[in-house]
Design a protein around this ligand. Structure first.
Ligand SMILES: [Fe+2]
Length: 137
């Protein structure tokens, strides 16, 4: 089965630890997508939502620590985006716990895909040269 996304070097933000994090998000997308194609999306929803929630918080913490350490000018804008995504992921998790049937696998897939395309491929790309210039690789 074709993968939804495959890693290429042009996805790199130039910081190894963040690239590793981003690859994990990509794997979540592909795993959910593959399960959905087999009609088994619901079987792994609990795992995906749990991973997503834990992960989003850890990843943003790592990024924010780097922004603060280097005095990145886009810090407040990035933090605002992170907060919005943390709120959204918490809402998804709470809704799922309250009523698993209320969340469709496609909602999680779209959330992850938006994260990938909007946050990683767009916003994160902006900080890469700055962090690199401050010795973070
Ligand atoms: Fe990121």
């Amino acid at each position: 089965m074709a993968k939804l996304i495959a890693w290429t070097e042009e996805m790199s933000v130039g910081v190894a630890i963040l690239d590793e994090d981003h690859k994990r998000i990509m794997k979540m997308i592909n795993k959910l997508h593959a399960a959905m194609q087999e009609g088994k999306g619901r079987d792994i929803m609990a795992d995906i939502i749990h991973d997503l929630f834990v992960y989003i918080n850890l990843h943003f913490e790592t990024e924010e620590e780097m922004f603060e350490r280097t005095g990145y000018e886009g810090t407040s804008e990035q933090k605002a985006q992170h907060s919005a995504m943390k709120v959204k992921s918490l809402e998804l998790k709470q809704s799922y716990i309250a009523s698993p049937e209320s969340i469709a696998p496609i909602e999680i897939l779209l959330f992850l895909k938006d994260w990938w395309l909007g946050h990683i491929m767009h916003t994160d790309k902006k900080y890469a040269p700055f962090l690199n210039a401050h010795g973070i690789r």
